[in-house]
Design a protein around this ligand. Structure first.
Ligand SMILES: *Cc1c(COP(=O)(O)O)cnc(C)c1O
Length: 235
């Protein structure tokens, strides 16, 4: 399907342009093509157009797709993590984006040890303190950071957020900036490197990149609008 290739090209061009505006290297941004609800055949089209990295948000939906698609694809889990799914997620996904509690992080580290794996993770932050949204409250994250950093087996790449839904991309900018500032202050306070920021979706990835995103999670701008809601976190 040429359409997906064209959309991918357009998104890559926008990423390039956003990097250019703030003096960043385009290859400092990983484009995660969010393929939830998208059938394997269309994911294959994106792969044929050079896309290697894909994001899924439900383990049951992702498993059969991952199994049928070429092993060269790299999978990021971007959805809310249910404890009873971690054992299946760890071998299939290279990066888990939404570790949202110390309890989940501890359990993930434990299972990683059992499975002989070293997963990379993001800590999800609820930057706006929204009741319905997952993620650490910034103050709680700071309080638990030392413990999180001592967990064996899991490599904390950085922070992830989903800002409040908004009409326009600029409305998300302050939340993206807040996540970056929180990351910067945690790095100073705990003398640690948290190099990655997972933020920005189809509607606002360019703004996110201007504010420092290293991983953008882009679905509908590549695959078109999804026809149904996927999970409680985000459709
Ligand atoms: C679905 C989803 C996305 C992609 O959303 P689009 O608006 O289609 O780009 C990004 N991040 C998360 C966590 C999602 O669940």
């Amino acid at each position: 399907m040429a359409e997906i290739a064209d959309k991918l090209t357009a998104v890559r061009e926008q990423i390039h342009a956003a990097c250019g505006r703030v003096g960043r290297e385009p290859n400092s941004v990983e484009l995660i093509a969010v393929s939830k609800t998208i059938p394997a055949a269309l994911i294959r089209d994106a792969y044929a157009a050079g896309q290697m990295c894909f994001g899924e948000s439900r383990q049951q939906e992702a498993a059969p797709k991952i199994e049928t698609l070429p092993a060269a694809l790299r999978w990021h889990f971007i959805g809310r993590v249910q404890h009873n799914k971690v054992r299946k997620l760890l071998p299939a996904f290279e990066v888990i984006h939404a570790i949202d509690s110390l309890r989940l992080a501890t359990y993930t580290a434990e299972l990683a040890g059992e499975l002989g794996l070293f997963p990379q993770v993001f800590l999800q932050v609820n930057v706006a303190g929204e009741a319905a949204k997952g993620g650490f409250e910034p103050a709680l994250l700071r309080a638990e950071m030392a413990t999180l950093l001592q967990l064996p087996r899991i490599e904390i790449l950085g922070l992830m957020t989903i800002p409040p839904a908004a009409e326009n991309a600029e409305a998300a900018r302050p939340w993206f900036a807040r996540l970056r500032e929180l990351r910067d202050s945690l790095e100073r306070e705990f003398a640690v490197r948290l190099p990655a920021l997972s933020m920005g979706m189809s509607g606002d990835y360019e703004v996110a990149i201007e504010e420092g995103a290293t991983h953008v999670r882009v679905g509908s701008a590549i695959f078109g609008n999804r026809s149904y809601q996927v999970d409680g976190q985000l459709g």
